[in-house]
Design a protein around this ligand. Structure first.
Ligand code: CA
Length: 229
């Protein structure tokens, strides 16, 4: 079945470039030129993935990202940010507010499509595989439903945070290097910085609140999920 991509971007040329390349590659595409319209379409159509420009008039991309991620209807949809070269700091902020990945403008449509396919494949693998519930302390992870319950409360995690938690919690005590985690969350066909992994782990710990320390930093090596006593 064709995957549906929503583009939120105010530059008409870029929308056209994306629409052309994405539909040529079998995606269904819808687009919005303002954040407000993007929010509306995201809620209405529940797309499989959102391409979100960082620099939008009125409400900027970061705020749109926050709104999408905190909305129950749209929080699970992966978001890939489109950024300009000099917006490095915003990239980190974007990951902090829940974006799953980013692509720098100008981009090669081929690279962009490969990147989107990786993210979508990861999503659908997770959907298809019937995986068992993981219970660690007060945390219950349901990989089938894509939910994490902590002390009877549903946690709102991004797709990337979920994948990180799931990977680590599946094997408590095992140490994963940052690059192994990058592979787990992104597939192997593109590079993302270790710093981005650290940012995602920091977000995850924050959301886990007092249980945040169940994800331990292993100095010089990476991260592991705390073994229960
Ligand atoms: Ca723009």
């Amino acid at each position: 079945m064709s995957k549906q991509i929503l583009i939120i971007e105010d530059e008409k040329d870029i929308i056209e470039l994306l629409e052309f390349n994405l539909s040529k590659n079998g995606f269904l595409v819808s687009s919005a030129q303002t954040g407000e319209e993007g929010l509306r379409l995201a809620r209405k159509n529940s797309p499989d993935l959102i391409l979100l420009d960082l620099m939008l008039p009125v409400i900027n991309g970061l705020d749109i990202c926050k709104l999408l991620k905190s909305d129950q209807k749209t929080g699970h949809i992966p978001i890939v940010m489109l950024t300009a070269k000099d917006e490095d700091i915003d990239v980190v902020t974007g990951l902090e507010v829940g974006a799953d990945d980013y692509i720098t403008k100008p981009f090669s449509p081929k690279v962009l499509i490969a990147r989107l396919r990786t993210i979508l494949r990861r999503q659908s693998l997770q959907g298809e595989e019937k995986k068992q519930l993981i219970k660690v302390g007060p945390i219950i992870i349901d990989p089938g439903k894509y939910t994490v319950v902590l002390e009877n409360k549903n946690l709102q995690l991004t797709a990337t945070e979920f994948q990180l938690l799931y990977t680590l919690a599946k094997r408590p005590g095992w140490v994963y290097s940052r690059s192994q985690l990058v592979d787990k969350i992104r597939g192997e066909d593109h590079i993302i910085s270790d710093r981005a992994v650290d940012v995602q782990i920091a977000n995850l710990r924050k959301k886990l609140g007092e249980y945040g320390d169940c994800i331990e930093t292993v100095r010089g090596a990476g991260y592991k999920f705390k073994e229960s006593d």
